[in-house]
Design a protein around this ligand. Structure first.
Ligand code: UGA
Length: 432
């Protein structure tokens, strides 16, 4: 099939590359000409393991094209995926849909034969109705169907998530569009994932409900971890014991710092906003957002107490600053408020992250980027393990720090408290 992905951000690029790998002809369109030029040279602007190889292969085999020419891409395609950003509006919780509607307005002038228009961007329920309204003339002539097909890709695992999704959700009342999209996804559905056809509004809501529920699971286990710390219970036992109940499921029950990234914080807020617009008070989602916000303060309190409230001139090594491993993404990473606070208190922070130095910390006077784990940890009073990159899972801290009386705060529960005790290392973790 011939596909057009509008927007070469995370969703558009990963989906476009993966669709081309399934044998489709894919045009990835972006207004940013520099980005298009680099993509044409095989340079991938995002950090996603495995993406570059698949991109280069399909580009070489002339199944994958990068262009700024929307008209040509649309006219050559059967299915058009809208993959532009839907960031949070300034001073509000609601998703900013201006990029989505701009695309719809541009499409209005470009379509003269039947196309399916699919929103892959995360959009509030009823957005499809609004797109359809913009394209009303085309709809009346039966030249378009507007469909919702939310994506469930995780950063760092996007290719696997695309190839082996738990489910493919297609929100449309059009039998014709459903049939075409089902055949597009057939190579994937054939493996083991479920294909579900819902109403368009249903598909839009499934995406927010899924992200908000996962955020709820994480916040729940994080609050339970607080209770475990007071009661001497190991949160890992609780997660395991709960998760084995198939009604609950063990995934996304890892206690840690506040959840971050470009999706959960944005989508939980947007869902509250959607609830408000439809006069529905989503109290659980509201609690999740506030629980996650207060977790950042709670962790700072914990760092302070580990260092007996003496932060000034304390050498602190931070291992991992991204919101999760296998990404260079710093959006809503809990390392940012932690490092900013420690900087203000005149601690001396050296951080290391496998994805490199971060602009967020560039101008902080007490913060420096270390080029290796060794140089970050040397002589530290406290080592904070913030992100669970594989690089940090088998460290010999005594050899790295080279001094007595240092402490470790493992925010991802990577190490065993018992082993640390045997090594005589002062070790603190989450919910244990
Ligand atoms: C999330 C969803 O998992 C994807 O299904 C969805 O497609 C995506 O948002 C999106 O809407 O685009 P992502 O933000 O890449 O994916 O990251 P996750 O792996 O879900 O992690 C989010 C945050 O939760 C991270 O800060 C992570 O450290 C934290 N987390 C996750 C925990 O603290 N504990 C867990 O058990 C799992």
């Amino acid at each position: 099939m011939k596909l057009c992905m509008i927007g070469t951000g995370y969703v558009g690029l990963v989906s476009g590359v993966c669709f081309s790998d399934l044998g489709n002809i894919v045009y990835c369109v972006d207004k940013d000409i520099n980005k298009i030029n680099s993509l044409n040279k095989g340079l991938v602007p995002i950090y996603e393991p495995g993406l570059e190889e698949i991109l280069k292969k399909n580009h070489k085999q002339k199944r994958l094209f990068f262009t700024s020419n929307l008209k040509k891409a649309v006219q050559n395609s059967d299915i058009i995926f809208i993959c532009v950003g839907t960031p949070t509006k300034k001073n509000s919780n609601s998703a900013d849909l201006k990029y989505v509607f701009n695309v719809a307005n541009e499409l209005k002038k470009l379509i003269s034969k039947y196309k399916i228009i699919v929103t892959k961007s995360t959009v509030p329920v009823t957005t499809g109705d609004k797109i359809e309204k913009i394209l009303n003339n085309l709809r009346k002539k039966k030249l378009i169907d507007v469909v919702s097909n939310p994506e469930f890709l995780r950063e760092g695992e996007a290719i696997r998530d695309f190839t082996y999704p738990d489910r493919v959700i297609i929100g449309t009342e059009s039998k014709k569009a459903n049939k075409i999209l089902k055949s597009l996804y057939m190579p994937i559905i054939k493996k083991s994932s479920r294909y579900i056809n819902t109403s368009r509004r249903g598909a839009e809501l499934i995406k927010y409900a899924s992200n908000s529920f996962l955020a709820t699971k994480i916040s729940f286990i994080n609050e339970l971890a607080n209770l475990c710390e007071k009661t001497g219970v190991d949160i890992k036992d609780v997660s395991l014991g709960m998760g084995l109940d198939q009604r609950i499921g063990g995934r996304f029950l890892r206690a840690g710092p506040a959840y971050g990234g470009s999706c959960f914080p944005k989508d939980t807020r947007a869902l509250i906003d959607i609830g408000n617009k439809f006069k529905t008070d989503l109290t659980i989602v509201k609690s999740v957002v506030s629980s996650n916000d207060s977790r950042k303060t709670l962790l700072l309190e914990r760092v302070k107490s580990i260092l007996n409230n003496k932060l000034k001139n304390k050498k602190i090594a931070v291992l991992g600053v991204t919101f999760k491993p296998n990404t260079d993404d710093m959006r809503e990473a809990s390392s940012v408020p932690i490092i900013n606070y420690l900087n203000k208190k005149n601690s001396k922070i050296s951080y290391y992250d496998p994805s490199g130095e971060k602009i967020e910390f560039k101008n902080l006077k007490n913060v420096k980027f270390s080029k290796s784990i060794t140089s970050a940890c040397f002589n530290a009073d406290l080592v904070i393990l913030h992100t669970e990159w594989n690089d940090f899972k088998l460290l010999n801290f005594k050899k790295l720090v080279k001094k007595t009386n240092f402490k470790i705060f493992d925010m991802r529960n990577i190490y065993s408290p018992l082993k640390m005790k045997k090594l005589n290392i002062k070790y603190f973790s989450i919910g244990r």
